[in-house]
Design a protein around this ligand. Structure first.
Ligand SMILES: NC(=O)c1ccc[n+]([C@@H]2O[C@H](COP(=O)([O-])OP(=O)(O)OC[C@H]3O[C@@H](n4cnc5c(N)ncnc54)[C@H](O)[C@@H]3O)[C@@H](O)[C@H]2O)c1
Length: 265
């Protein structure tokens, strides 16, 4: 990552996947700007990360095009050139927060959640594309979850948001590849104990279940940070438009011996 510059969205607190990624990228010699929604910056936890990594914080609501355009321009100014990597680590569902069942969605909640969790990725990509902000062979990563492919009932409308997000990575990945030699991928991460993760009903039971199903055990936020760094590095230049499962093997496991034992009386 030496000499590489970027933007990291979504470090809320020490548990955030984006927080761990920022620490890891810093360790590997990368420099970056940290950003989050102004309302989520209020708590101020991110100041510690900024100090620790020598980074500046630029507030931006990822649903607001003007904020994003300013963020991209300022980031290039602060970092002294075009960008090599961007992490989109953003998710939020008001239906989940308010305990609305999937069969009883309130659609203005649905629309807001989709804008924050899914369309924001298109907005980020479009802002970078139009500003010609990415260096050749740069890498853009967003985080997703397997509920985009298989049903997890309590994941609610976030399942649909993730399906949209993954599709955007493929569709925009085509144009970013053709025109700018930049790659766009999503990482489909194991359940991880963060603010967003723990907001999902039944999370504790589910994370233990996933741990027992996955032959390698759940991937942690630190593991995810390592994987993301590999995707930002020059060692994965021809990987693009992919949804990459980072889940200890969960997605390809039907059942494990540990889970069978529970039912085999
Ligand atoms: N935790 C899990 O189990 C898990 C599993 C797979 C994928 N993911 C995905 O990982 C990503 C990061 O989540 P996390 O688990 O680290 O939780 P987190 O709560 O720490 O991070 C979510 C971030 O989204 C930010 N955000 C919300 N609204 C925003 C807006 N309008 N503009 C800009 N930022 C906004 C929040 O401030 C927060 O920093 C999300 O996309 C999430 O869906 C999480």
């Amino acid at each position: 990552m030496q000499g590489k510059r970027g933007i990291i969205f979504g470090a809320l607190d020490e548990n955030s996947i984006a927080w761990k990624t920022a620490e890891r990228v810093h360790e590997e010699g990368g420099t970056f700007v940290l950003t989050n929604a102004p309302v989520d910056l209020r708590m101020g936890a991110i100041n510690k990360l900024a100090e620790q990594t020598g980074s500046e914080i630029i507030p931006a609501d990822a649903t607001n095009e003007e904020d994003l355009q300013q963020l991209v321009a300022k980031a290039m100014e602060i970092l002294g050139g075009k960008l090599d990597f961007v992490l989109h680590s953003i998710g939020m569902s008001i239906n989940v927060r308010k305990g609305r069942h999937y069969t009883d969605e309130k659609y203005d909640f649905t629309t807001k959640g989709w804008d924050v969790s899914a369309l924001s990725f298109h907005k980020v990509l479009q802002s970078l594309f139009k500003a010609d902000a990415m260096n050749e062979w740069g890498s853009i990563v967003a985080l997703t979850y397997m509920a985009a492919q298989r049903t997890f009932p309590d994941y609610n409308d976030m399942a649909d948001n993730k399906a949209y997000l993954e599709s955007v990575a493929r569709s925009f990945g085509y144009f970013f590849g053709k025109e700018k030699n930049v790659r766009v991928n999503t990482i489909s991460q194991s359940p991880t104990p963060t603010t967003a993760g723990q907001g999902v009903k039944g999370f504790d039971g589910f994370i233990s279940y996933a741990e027992k199903i996955s032959p390698l055990g759940n991937a942690t936020a630190d593991d995810c940070a390592n994987y993301t760094v590999s995707l930002f590095s020059d060692l994965t230049r021809k990987v693009t438009m992919q949804n990459l499962f980072h889940d200890g093997g969960f997605s390809n496991t039907g059942v494990s011996e540990e889970v069978i034992e529970i039912f085999d009386k």
